[in-house]
Design a protein around this ligand. Structure first.
Ligand code: FNR
Length: 342
């Protein structure tokens, strides 16, 4: 269908379901086991009521969307999460994400298991464009050092070390179509291993896949510069919490945590208001995975459309919530008590 018919992010999933080969669609859409965490990621945002304020001057809201991530400037508080195999939707694969992110001035995190190499993706960058490179590391030092050297040479500004995949994801849906998990299995990692990695690269190493307040506290103790609250889009461990639940757990234990470390989050974000809810707790920026993967059916135009829709929805939803300045958003805009029955 004509891209003009797309009005919201879920429309891209509809198009992908109907127009991609079923095996390709299934690889993107898949969640672990019974997919409860996958669904919870989407549904958790509607479990809490908003507390919109009225008669507030919100006329400047659009100009307050810009943000910094590890000191780098971006036009909006959302980014493209690292996802493998963009060639399943488009022949130009990840190149559409690099170019789309540049056009919309947002952050892109290329995945190690991208279809295009770290070097090819870097070569498609606009001058000055910032990328954070996602890596799966191994206990083998030579393997990691080689990846660090390639990442530094390609000009990435940070490394995203995915830590939520200690074992393979239990992916029934994809397995039925013969699509295996591309992730590592039974890695022998530890917090001390993280500290050793820091001596092997000059780039900041962000941890992706933090799912408890305890691990967020440990990350602060170990002086990790930033963490991504994530359950891998519900693809790894069914029953794992959504980013919103983890952010709330952190906020309730010690809300100053969000000042001590940069907190990013992803999973299930499909509407402007979903992003706003995470930001309200102190999350700096949120990532989207599947919506960008599906949008790539339309190539770079699709990627830009996701960015445009998200920017627009964040602005109008914040406006309707009576938020004059997105940078000064507070948790008071959400009723964090769970309604009866939850
Ligand atoms: C992913 N994700 C992922 N994460 C990562 O660190 N390395 C990877 O290689 C991949 N690969 C991957 C492939 C596909 C097809 C998907 C959908 C996801 C997880 C991704 O970074 C992110 O955490 C989730 O996609 C966020 O959830 P939503 O936005 O897809 O609901």
């Amino acid at each position: 269908p004509d891209i003009k018919s797309i009005v919201g992010l879920p429309d891209f999933e509809y198009v992908a379901r109907n127009y991609l080969p079923i095996r390709n669609f299934t690889y993107y859409r898949n969640g672990a086991a019974g997919e409860y965490s996958y669904r919870n990621n989407l549904e958790v945002f509607r479990r809490y009521r908003l507390r919109p304020r009225v008669l507030v001057d919100i006329s400047n809201i659009e100009s307050t969307l810009s943000t910094t991530i590890l000191g780098h400037n971006f036009s909006a508080p959302f980014f493209i999460s690292p996802c493998a195999r963009a060639d399943y939707a488009h022949a130009d694969a990840e190149i559409n994400f690099v170019k789309g992110a540049a056009a919309g001035n947002i952050l892109y995190m290329p995945a190690l298991f991208a279809q295009r190499s770290i070097e090819d993706i870097a070569a498609a960058k606009k001058p000055g464009q910032v990328l954070f490179q996602q890596l799966y590391l191994e206990s083998n030092e030579t393997f990691n050092k080689d990846l660090f050297a390639r990442t530094e040479k390609a000009g990435a500004k940070a490394i995203i070390f995915t830590v939520d995949s200690a074992a393979d994801g239990n992916r029934h849906r994809a397995a039925r179509f013969g699509v295996g998990s591309a992730d590592s299995s039974y890695s022998a990692f530890s917090w001390n291993f993280y500290e050793q990695l820091r001596n092997q690269t000059k780039l900041p190493i962000i941890l992706k896949g933090i799912m408890t307040v305890e691990d967020a506290e440990e990350a602060i103790r170990r002086k990790v510069p930033a963490i991504i609250l994530s359950n891998h889009g519900g693809r790894q461990l069914d029953g794992s919490p959504s980013a919103l639940e983890v952010a709330l757990e952190m906020y309730e234990k010690d809300k100053t945590m969000f000042q001590k470390i940069e907190v990013l989050a992803d999973g299930g974000i499909r509407y402007g208001v979903d992003a706003i809810m995470l930001l309200s707790l102190g999350v700096k920026a949120v990532g989207l995975g599947r919506p960008f993967m599906y949008s790539n059916i339309y190539g770079q135009a699709g990627v830009e459309k996701v960015i445009q829709i998200m920017k627009h929805e964040i602005a109008i939803d914040a406006g309707n919530m009576g938020i004059p300045d997105l940078k000064k958003i507070s948790p008071d805009f959400v009723e964090w008590k769970k309604p009866n029955g939850w």
